[in-house]
Design a protein around this ligand. Structure first.
Ligand SMILES: [Zn+2]
Length: 578
């Protein structure tokens, strides 16, 4: 590509509405332009990156026996009503009517269409397993589209679906996808980790999310760098120290704590460490009010609590608390409340000695609280949020708590949709059984955005060679110098013939502008053709990721380029699978 003819509208200034790095850089590098909230056009430079990602995905899906299909984005409402997801998706689903006032939807995912195909065509277990995949546009009416390509309302996704006769077959299809996904993200230069996840709207029995650490991420995960432990903070656990249980008991004592409500305030007032406190919170749940206890230096994890209290969970209103307990929030505690409302304690409080907590009387706390003696919780659960540096539950190494972008997910769906839609096959015994399904997704735009987030520096994008729209650029410093331009063109043709995906910067612009643009666009390798070096038969090379610059005689320069190129590809080659 000659940049003099190309449409790559780079921007000097950071657009005001862009917050995360990938969004800023995708706009500045002329990769995308917004049309409305959460809807983007991919311009040529962006589309080249997307196609490289798609090619990697396609190769790896084909490698596990996937067959590419293309299903319609426009769906009749009926198939979604069959699985009840017409209701379940709620406002996230785009809905419309055709001219005959027939209800239609823009598909956010394709399990229903897969089942509608399978039930008409697949009759016997002998036709299974099948893996069908597509690379296609999806629609979700996100309540808060933001972060550029990370949260959009229309996006290109690879989604695949496995069809098996039984759970054992599904396990195999799932493992194949697990392997394919590892290879895809490795090839794309993404330093991913895998977490077990809840499947949300998708339902099903097993699932994993492939994540990459990034400050732009919307999930928070605990990750161990030593073993493979990684978990969403909603479910993460750690091998954190217990509360000491071997002290002599001090007597239960009521103390006046005027206007001291928070753990920190009362801790300072009583000159006790926060870890000596029992934080007492009241929540409303499916069964009514409940008291929830965590240690003073811990935070209650509402996702973990949700599983204990049920879907109706919310913090209790101050008046509900006052009515039930007779004290204001800030002076609550479990002592004396047994039998009045259920008490759920974090397991770290088990056996705690000489603790302090609210006295259930405004402006009073109690000290000398012995857990399981002064009061007995109804149940212990893991209710706390894991913190940075706590020991990994598998190996004891310190955990990192990081924000992360979800790159892809794999789900064991089971028979939820095939049962609802009557997509069945005859098994080996001649029984009619619902097809056992898996569903697997990768967001293409997210993959690109995550690669940018992972590798960018202050000058711009640093592409992994595998996703780079152009692997190298030949930069002619002064195109008015015909000798220089023709040397640049010659080099450009030669590199193209050698198999490089290469751009030629033949624009009539100042050298400083071209260098800045090249760094912003993030070509892995820059080949600079300057008057001074040309006179000596030399070329200047720059390696964008290492920053290394060399000036070498032409032949050696081309050898060096090849060496860098091969190294970059080899670094990203998927490990051979056993
Ligand atoms: Zn570990």
């Amino acid at each position: 590509m000659r940049l003099s003819k190309a449409f790559i509208p780079t921007l000097k200034e950071v657009p005001a509405d862009a917050v995360v790095i990938s969004h800023k850089l995708m706009l500045r590098a002329g990769m995308v332009r917004g049309l409305m909230a959460g809807v983007y056009s991919f311009l040529p430079y962006g589309q080249r990156a997307a196609l490289k990602a798609i090619n990697i995905i396609r190769e790896e899906m084909d490698r596990i026996g996937g067959q590419e299909v293309l299903m319609p984005a426009l769906n009749p409402a009926e198939i979604w009503q069959e699985t009840e997801r017409y209701e379940d998706f709620g406002p996230e689903m785009f809905r419309l009517q055709d001219r005959k006032e027939r209800e239609l939807v823009l598909a956010p995912t394709h399990e229903e269409v897969i089942c509608s195909i399978a039930r008409g065509e697949v009759r016997s277990y002998k036709e299974l397993p099948q893996i069908w995949y597509q690379i296609q546009t999806k629609f979700r009416d996100e309540p808060r589209p933001r972060s550029g390509e990370l949260r959009t309302r229309q996006f290109v996704m690879k989604d695949s679906y496995s069809l098996d006769v039984d759970e054992a077959g599904l396990d195999k299809s799932y493992l194949k996808h697990d392997e394919a996904y590892r290879r895809i993200f490795r090839r794309a230069g993404l330093d991913f980790f895998v977490v077990g996840a809840s499947s949300g709207l998708m339902g099903g029995s097993g699932s994993e999310e492939f994540m990459v650490a990034s400050d732009a991420g919307e999930d928070t995960c605990a990750v161990c760098d030593h073993c493979s432990y990684a978990a969403n903070l909603e479910v993460a656990t750690s091998d954190v120290a217990d509360t000491p249980t071997n002290e002599d008991a001090q007597p239960l004592t009521k103390v006046h704590t005027p206007d001291q409500r928070t753990v920190d305030e009362v801790a300072a007032f009583l000159k006790l460490n926060p870890d000596r406190f029992i934080k007492s919170l009241v929540f409303m749940g499916d069964q009514g009010l409940a008291m929830v206890l965590v240690r003073g230096d811990d935070e209650v994890n509402e996702s973990k609590l949700l599983r204990v209290l049920g879907a109706a969970m919310r913090p209790a209103y101050p008046e509900e608390v006052k009515d039930a307990i007779g004290a204001e929030i800030g002076f609550l505690g479990p002592v004396g409340l047994e039998g009045k409302l259920p008490i759920y304690a974090d397991q770290r409080l088990r056996g705690g000695r000489n603790m302090a907590t609210g006295a259930n009387e405004d402006h009073y706390h109690v000290t000398g609280v012995q857990v399981d003696e002064s009061f007995k919780p109804d149940q212990y659960h893991d209710l706390r949020t894991v913190k940075e540096g706590e020991p990994c539950p598998n190996c004891g190494s310190p955990l990192r708590v990081v924000k992360a972008i979800e790159l892809g997910h794999i789900f064991k769906l089971g028979t939820k949709y095939s049962s609802a839609m009557n997509a069945t096959v005859l098994d080996a015994e001649g029984r009619n059984v619902p097809i056992v399904m898996g569903s697997y997704g990768i967001g293409v735009g997210r993959m690109i955005a995550a690669a940018i987030e992972s590798h960018a520096d202050e000058s711009g994008i640093v592409w992994p060679v595998t996703l780079a729209p152009y692997e190298a650029a030949v930069i002619v410093l002064n195109v008015k110098d015909e000798k220089l331009l023709s040397a640049g063109e010659g080099l450009y043709s030669e590199l193209k013939k050698s198999g490089y995906d290469v751009a030629l910067d033949d624009r009539d612009e100042r050298p400083g502008y071209k260098f800045k643009d090249a760094d912003l666009l993030g070509y892995p390798f820059q080949v600079v053709v300057s008057e001074r070096n040309l006179a000596e038969g030399k070329l200047e090379l720059k390696n964008r990721s290492s920053g290394e610059k060399v000036v070498l005689p032409r032949t050696q320069a081309l050898k060096k380029l090849k060496q860098w190129y091969d190294e970059a590809w080899n670094r990203l080659s998927p490990e051979p699978t056993p």
